[in-house]
Design a binder for this molecule. Sequence first.
Ligand SMILES: *[C@@H]1O[C@H](CO)[C@@H](O)[C@H](O)[C@H]1NC(C)=O
Ligand SMILES: *[C@@H]1O[C@H](CO)[C@@H](O)[C@H](O)[C@H]1NC(C)=O
Ligand SMILES: *[C@@H]1O[C@H](CO)[C@@H](O)[C@H](O)[C@H]1NC(C)=O
Length: 275
Amino acid sequence: PAVSTRLNNPFLPQTSRLQPKREPSPLSGPAHLFRLSGKCFSLVESTYKYEFCPFHNVTQHEQTFRWNAYSGILGIWQEWEISNNTFTGMWMSEGDSCRARSRQSKVELTCGESNRLAHVSEPSTCVYALTFETPLVCHPHSLLVYPTLPEALQRRWDKLAQDLADELITSQGYKKLLRALFEDAGYVKALGGNSSAREGAPKAEGLESLETCRKAHSELTEEIQRLTSLLSQHGIPFSKPTELSRLEQHLGQGLPTHGLSEQLRGDPGLRGDAL
Ligand SMILES: *[C@@H]1O[C@H](CO)[C@@H](O)[C@H](O)[C@H]1NC(C)=O
Ligand SMILES: *[C@@H]1O[C@H](CO)[C@@H](O)[C@H](O)[C@H]1NC(C)=O
Ligand SMILES: *[C@@H]1O[C@H](CO)[C@@H](O)[C@H](O)[C@H]1NC(C)=O
């Protein structure tokens, strides 16, 4: 909480507002992409400039002449998404708080003539989808997982494939063991434990423990304060939307009940990005 009160605070100068919650993961995946590390690529879209720094972070900067322009972290390099034995996206997680969770971004790499952040969207609240074009992934094998593995792990994979073919393991078991192999390679992070993995997935998000409830409570309170202060600051008149009042009621009562988690997931009345 000591850190998160500093996040999103519109009264701090821009640089001190960008407080990463953790260090990025180590470089991993196809070695020919490592040369992108340390570089940043930006895209200006309407009022925001988005910046993608491969293997490091995704940030957002409001384009305005106001002294207190909003900047935020949309994710810190976490892990690869792998499907069909191919690296299909870079997950950047644990960005700035967004209601009860953290902003996160998935960056898809596609073939293009030059390195370019081509597209940014927000398919669900506080989950961003970026498309990064680069000539480095134009070769059809450039994103295959197998060739990037150290030999010992390749042998392990061979053995798994053989066991699957011999029906010594089920395809379910094969998938599990393959995931463990990708974890050992450092391409994906172990599930469970900390909430960092896949915060956006419905299952991982929950208010099941008291600790999570408290955290959600304090983050929601902060978010409401941030939004109302932004509105008042700009002299934008507002009447509290019913969702907001209901949320505050819940919060006033202390621990959230069932209904709150649905509001956390679904209500469209509280979007920080719309401001
Ligand atoms: C984002 O990554 C870039 C490039 O590595 C780095 O210079 C910058 O400090 C990072 N920003 C934050 C907020 O961590
Ligand atoms: C999986 O990848 C292989 C080659 O890498 C491709 O031929 C196949 O169509 C892919 N399957 C799916 C479901 O994407
Ligand atoms: C999990 O969180 C604890 C503290 O909450 C931290 O000390 C530990 O390093 C984290 N582990 C991982 C794998 O992120």
